[in-house]
Structures are given as structure tokens and as C-alpha cells.
Design a protein around this ligand. Structure first.
Ligand SMILES: C[S@@+](CC[C@H](N)C(=O)[O-])C[C@H]1O[C@@H](n2cnc3c(N)ncnc32)[C@H](O)[C@@H]1O
Length: 245
């Protein structure tokens, strides 16, 4: 059945949030809220960024929303419910890592049979070999020296045509950046983790760090109408453009 993009978006939010009912009310409503309000999830699918059969490593995966979203997309697609205006969603194998054991536990209960989640620190965990690494809204929790080390290890974990997707706050983004930071800190505070120091860079700094490692970098704003300074960096290795670029 061909769906309109808006109907498909709603179906996806329902479908990807549903497994979080087994975790509890907070996890379920958080999933619905985030998947529904953050345009990045639709943006990733609309752009067809993930290659089919990709091994994806999601660093700072939180409660596993990206995995839940991509798996729900493929399920709907396989059931014939999709939009002719969106590219086919990929089949994926996802490994998520997060520092917070409670987030990993939620991911595990909701999506754990179809993906793999581990509690750990991205500064220390072995990344293995994967096709795509994702760090969404998580790189700024570690200091600049650790960020550089993580970027090097991401590069080493990828094949010659690998893809690195990272959403970062642009420290040169003025008031929008201040608002993004304030939201981040408030969320962390509500999780009982205090008022963290965030380590943000300007967009040119991020791009330079990635290009120095051999990535070709494209930027995409996937914030819809939200007044935020978050930017998705689509960093590719190799000569060819990636799927759906
Ligand atoms: C703003 S949340 C983003 C979660 C997820 N990427 C998403 O988009 O839904 C940032 C996550 O990064 C995790 N995090 C922070 N520092 C980390 C570290 N050193 N290693 C692994 N995860 C970390 C936090 O526990 C939190 O779940």
C-alpha cells in the first residue's frame, strides 16, 4: 500500500515507539516524543543515507531510538506499507553503545532481539569493523582530545567506502547554539547526571578535523522548523558518492 509521506511518518512513529511499551511509560512517551519531534529521523530515511545490509555502530545510542526507527522502517516496507516518494529503507545490523546502563537496558528490552546494545564508554570501547558509524548529539560530552581520538578510531573502523554520520551543535551558531546547549544540559540534568560541561566546536572546526582524516564532508540541516544549531555531518570515505547522496 502506498502511503503519503505524512501518513508514513505517523505509522513509523507508532511502529518504532510500540516496543518501548514493554519498558515503561517514560521510555514509551520519550520515544514517541523524540521520534515525533526531531526531524532528523525522517531526514535520514528521506535522504536514503544508509546502504542496504549495512553494519551500523551507533555511539551514544541512548535508548536505541535510531535502531528502533530503522528496523520499524524496514518492517513497514517489507509489509508493503511505504511511500513512493521515499527511497526503500535499508536492512541493517545495528550495534549501539551508551554510557548510561539504564538507557542500554531500555534499548535492550525494546529492541534487543533485533539489535545489539552494550553499556560502555565510547572513549574506551572497541569499535570493531562496520560500514557506518553514527554519533548523534553525543560527541560534545567528551573533551576535544577524546573527540579527536574517537574520530581517528571511527576512521579505522570503516571500510574504504565507509560512512560516518554525526550530528553536532555548531558552536558558531549564535543564539540557536545557546538554545541547543541549554536543552541538552536540561535533559542531562533531568536524567540525574548534573550540569555537564559540553565540548562544542564550530562547524568549520569539525569539518577540518574530518577532512584531515580523509573524509569528504557534506552538511545537512535536519531540524525542520526548530530554532537549533544542530547540523548533520555526512562524512564519506572513498571517491564515490554514497547511496542516495
Ligand atoms: C543527547 S543523547 C542522544 C542519544 C541518541 N544518540 C539519540 O539521538 O537519541 C546523548 C547520549 O550520549 C551518551 N553518552 C555521553 N557520553 C558518552 C560516552 N563517553 N560514551 C558513550 N555514550 C555517551 C549519553 O549517555 C546519552 O545517552
Amino acid at each position: 500500500m502506498t502511503l503519503s509521506p505524512e501518513t508514513l511518518r505517523r505509522r513509523l512513529i507508532d511502529h518504532a515507539s510500540e516496543p518501548y511499551r514493554a519498558v515503561g511509560r517514560f521510555a514509551y512517551h520519550f520515544a514517541r516524543g523524540k521520534l515525533g519531534c526531531d526531524p532528523v529521523f525522517v531526514g535520514l530515511l528521506q535522504r536514503g543515507l544508509f546502504p542496504d545490509d549495512a553494519r551500523i555502530l551507533d555511539l551514544g545510542c541512548g535508548q536505541g531510538l535510531l535502531a528502533a526507527w530503522l528496523l520499524a522502517a524496514r518492517q513497514l516496507y517489507d509489509a508493503g506499507e511505504w511511500s513512493a516518494q521515499w527511497p526503500a529503507p535499508p536492512r541493517v545490523a545495528i550495534r549501539g553503545i551508551d554510557l548510561l546502563p539504564i538507557a542500554v537496558q531500555r534499548a535492550h528490552v525494546a529492541v534487543g532481539k533485533r539489535a545489539r546494545f552494550e553499556a560502555g564508554d565510547m572513549r574506551q570501547m572497541d569499535f570493531g569493523q562496520v560500514d557506518v558509524v553514527v554519533i548523534m548529539d553525543a560527541a560534545h560530552y567528551v573533551d576535544e582530545r577524546c573527540q579527536d581520538d574517537i574520530l581517528r578510531r571511527v576512521r579505522a573502523a570503516l571500510p574504504p567506502n565507509g560512512l560516518f554520520l554525526t550530528r553536532v551543535g555548531d558552536a558558531g551558531g549564535g543564539l540557536r547554539f545557546q538554545l541547543s546547549n541549554w536543552i541538552d544540559r536540561t535533559v542531562v540534568l533531568f536524567r540525574g547526571m548534573g550540569w555537564p560541561r559540553l565540548h562544542c566546536r564550530s562547524l568549520p572546526d569539525w569539518i577540518q578535523a574530518l577532512e584531515a582524516l580523509g573524509f569528504r564532508v557534506e552538511t545537512a540541516v535536519m531540524n525542520g522548523d526548530l530554532p537549533l544549531a544542530n547540523v548533520m555531518l555526512i562524512a564519506r570515505l572513498g571517491e564515490q558518492s554514497g547511496a542516495g547522496a
